[in-house]
Design a protein around this ligand. Structure first.
Ligand code: ACO
Length: 402
């Protein structure tokens, strides 16, 4: 009989799938995605319905706890969140230490990791359901405060403290755009746009950052360490960093005279490393359904706020040309969620280097849902294999003889 345990250790029995392009790492009941048909559902609910009818916090509840909350449960969730929005005063010392122009994503991943020092009860590897729930609530509640304080720090402005009377998104906008001395009224159009953007980013199954959160959490790391790792994964321009890269690209095209054909040719040139930012997706080989919703929201918001953005015109022209170009058609490269999100963030008044941080704020419930599911499923520690291709055997050579 064959001893399977011995066979497993031989490289011939390892599946090689670099970048995990076709390897399922888990069974998940959170998000359904059909990249061929452009379908996205959270817990069975179509993203189009959630973006239109729901609020970010309701969607967070749905992703984390598996079902849409009753009115009573939603109220209790919001109440719990509002009780934990303050971060420890000593956390402010970290803000003082960062250079004022340091990238907000670097600050965010460090600050989220630092939260573990202030809330050590989250470090227990096996928490009771109640303890786990408290860790989740604290993580969500404090994230909005940390994100808005990073923004205030970039301006050199004093931080604004959270106010329990506001819902989560309004509180975030209040801490971001509010003043210390006077009450500012946040335009409902802005609150609505922010909810929509956060909902659209809330989860996307086993992407680079969610897989990172799961794999870090699989070693029983705490929620702050796991989310901080997810933030680091999201930072890269091939993932969440694309929203910043899109606006920078569109600005460059504008400064260059707005010749979209020239930039499309550059993206197609295999000797040029330039890629059309905001185009293409590992899973969507059809229109990203989130991009469709965002494109429409973008038009609506700019109109309602009375903003005329030349960069939006360039984006539309690029999309029009690319969608007809055989290079993009054959490779099924469509605009993704990041192609238009930056234009909305800009219209709402956020600086470019805050865009990926806003993505992180939106993706947080997804990361938490993935982390919680991984724990509930009692998944083993994540540990991929390799095919070793290095030298097989060498004898040590004294340094003088090398
Ligand atoms: N511009 C030009 N060519 C592209 C682009 C692009 N944006 N994206 C892919 N291609 C080409 C590749 O050069 C490759 O061509 P080839 O077959 O001739 O070699 C082919 O399309 C397939 O591309 P891969 O890189 O193999 O696809 P992969 O699934 O690995 O990458 C990715 C997906 C990373 C998103 C890629 O499309 C990309 O770099 N896009 C730009 C960055 C971006 O917008 N990222 C955000 C993703 S969405 C998100 O994270 C929320």
């Amino acid at each position: 009989a064959i001893d399977i345990s011995k066979l497993r250790d031989q490289t011939g029995y390892v599946t090689l799938d670099i970048g995990y392009k076709n390897t399922g790492a888990t069974k998940s009941a959170i998000t359904f995605l059909d990249g061929e048909q452009g379908i996205l559902k959270y817990r069975g609910y179509p993203i189009e319905q959630l973006a239109e009818k729901s609020s970010f916090i309701e969607v967070a509840y749905l992703l984390i706890y598996g079902e849409l909350p009753t009115e009573e449960k939603l109220k209790a969730f919001q109440y719990e969140l509002s009780r934990h929005t303050l971060v420890h005063e000593d956390m402010k010392k970290f803000f003082d230490g960062f250079p004022s122009k340091s990238h907000p994503m670097g600050q965010l991943s460090s600050l989220v990791s630092a939260l573990s020092a202030f809330y050590p009860e989250s470090l227990k590897p096996s928490q009771t359901n109640e303890e786990l729930n408290q860790s989740i609530i604290k993580m969500i509640a404090k994230m909005a405060t940390v994100v808005s304080w990073i923004y205030k720090k970039s301006l050199g402005h004093p931080v604004i403290y959270p106010q329990n009377k506001y819902d989560y998104v309004t509180n975030f906008l209040h801490m971001t755009f509010g003043q210390r001395t006077e009450e500012v009224t946040i335009d409902p159009v802005v609150i609505d746009a922010m909810n929509k953007l956060l909902i659209l980013h809330a989860d996307h199954e086993q992407n680079c950052s969610a897989s990172t959160v799961r794999i870090v959490g699989s070693s029983d790391s705490n929620i702050y360490a796991s989310v901080s790792a997810g933030i680091s994964a999201l930072w890269g321009p091939l993932h969440g960093g694309a929203n910043q890269a899109v606006i920078e690209m569109l600005e460059k095209i504008k400064e260059d005279g707005g010749d979209t054909d020239k930039w499309i040719a550059k993206a197609k040139d295999k000797n040029d490393p330039f890629r059309l930012m905001g185009f293409g997706h590992r899973v969507y080989k059809n229109f990203d359904p989130r991009a469709k919703i965002i494109k429409k929201a973008c038009d609506d918001i700019l109109e309602k706020l009375g903003i005329n953005d030349e960069v939006l015109e360039i984006a539309k022209k690029l999309e029009e040309v690319a969608l007809k170009d055989p290079y993009f058609v054959e490779r099924k490269l469509y605009p993704n969620v990041d192609f238009y999100s930056g234009i909305i963030y800009r219209a709402l008044g956020f600086p470019t280097d805050m865009f990926t941080v806003l993505f992180a704020l939106g993706r947080l419930p997804g990361w938490i849902a993935q982390w919680k599911e991984m724990k509930e499923n009692k998944e083993p520690i994540g540990r991929p294999r390799q095919i070793y291709v290095g030298a097989t055997s060498k004898d040590y050579v004294e340094i003088a003889n090398r």
